[in-house]
Design a protein around this ligand. Structure first.
Ligand code: MTE
Length: 317
């Protein structure tokens, strides 16, 4: 049975954590061939299971980390970074219930033919919600494997017809200290900002997530809409987005601007470049005891390394 068939067969039931956890053979393969599987639904060529199992064994004997398992839902939703609700890992789960996500509008601005303020349904209209299982690697040295639902950012952006001057895309999180208790304190300059170069934004792996584990995004994970760029450190994954802007120059990004000596705009996962406080060689997968080696581009190098040809990736942290 091909992975496409396998996916199709399972998809309707994918609503609860236990359903997801039952898909262990699928996940085991997703570890090394995540993108083949993740994009299996939209790319005509996918590997057969047998072929993937073979490659998996070979890679393991070459010393790569063991197979990936989904991070349990309770960990994905209880251990978060969302400074708008406090700086503790458990703060977002405790305080993010105050975030009202309906109605929600997103303003699309800048160098494009069709700017506008759209409610979420309009923004996502005509898009196919896809299921993507991605590794997420935080620069603090922990990681998770999360089954997201979302739409291709590139496909969403195309609708607005970006103009040739649009070299970057900037994103902005809601600023509302009434609902976001952490914004009453200067933990960070508010609102949280992030950005991508246009080719990164248009890359098929880049996702605008609307859900995880088959349900709408929990508030603490960035409801109702967040960015997921699996080959970059987690801080690029801006949450609760209210503005998308096509811009000419590299836009400000919260962490890169706040502590430029520690964070860069590109922030591709790179075990060779240590953060001043954390080596990036190894990572702790939540739920696991033994640490595992971090992979360049978080394991997505085959798909994305060509975006950075000619760039000194040590310099462009
Ligand atoms: N987005 C906003 N608006 N505010 C934040 O504090 N934290 C970032 C990123 N997106 C953050 C944010 C960081 S540092 C990480 S590691 C990821 O969200 C964490 O995502 P998670 O809590 O869903 O695991």
């Amino acid at each position: 049975m091909s992975l496409i068939d396998w996916n199709r067969q399972c998809e309707p039931e994918l609503t609860s954590e236990s359903d997801w956890m039952n898909r262990r053979s699928f996940i085991r393969c997703a570890g090394l061939f995540g993108t083949a599987i993740l994009l299996g639904g939209c790319f005509p060529e996918v590997k057969e299971l047998e072929e993937i199992d073979f490659d998996l064994e070979r890679a393991q004997s070459a010393g790569l980390p063991g197979p990936d398992q989904l991070t349990p839902l309770r960990k994905v939703t209880a251990y978060n970074n969302f400074y708008e609700f406090g700086t503790g890992k458990e703060d977002p789960a405790s305080f993010a219930h105050s975030l009202v996500t309906e109605p929600w509008t997103v303003s699309v601005e800048g160098h494009c033919e069709n700017p506008g303020v759209l409610d979420l349904d309009q923004l996502l209209e005509a898009q196919t919600v896809e299921e993507r299982i991605y590794r997420m690697r935080c620069v603090e040295g922990w990681s998770m494997v999360i089954p997201w639902q979302g739409v291709s950012l590139g496909k969403v952006l195309e609708r607005f017809k970006p103009l040739p001057q649009a070299a970057f895309v900037a994103f902005e999180t809601l600023f509302d200290p009434e609902m976001m208790v952490g914004q009453r304190y200067p933990h960070l300059p508010w609102p949280y900002l992030e950005g991508l170069r246009m080719d990164e934004a248009m890359h098929p792996l880049t996702l605008l997530a609307t859900g995880l584990y088959g349900k709408d995004l929990p508030n603490q994970n960035g409801a109702p809409l967040r960015l997921v760029v699996p080959w970059k450190y987690g801080f690029k994954g801006i949450k609760s987005i209210v503005a998308i802007r096509f811009v000419e120059k590299m836009p400000p990004a919260t962490w890169a601007n706040y502590v430029p000596s520690e964070y860069g705009f590109f922030a591709n996962v790179n075990p060779e470049v240590s953060h001043p406080r954390w080596s990036q060689r190894m990572e702790r997968r939540l739920g696991e005891i033994k640490r595992r080696r971090t992979l360049p581009f978080n394991g997505y190098g085959e798909e994305v390394s060509s975006l950075y040809t000619g760039m000194d990736l040590k310099k462009w942290f």
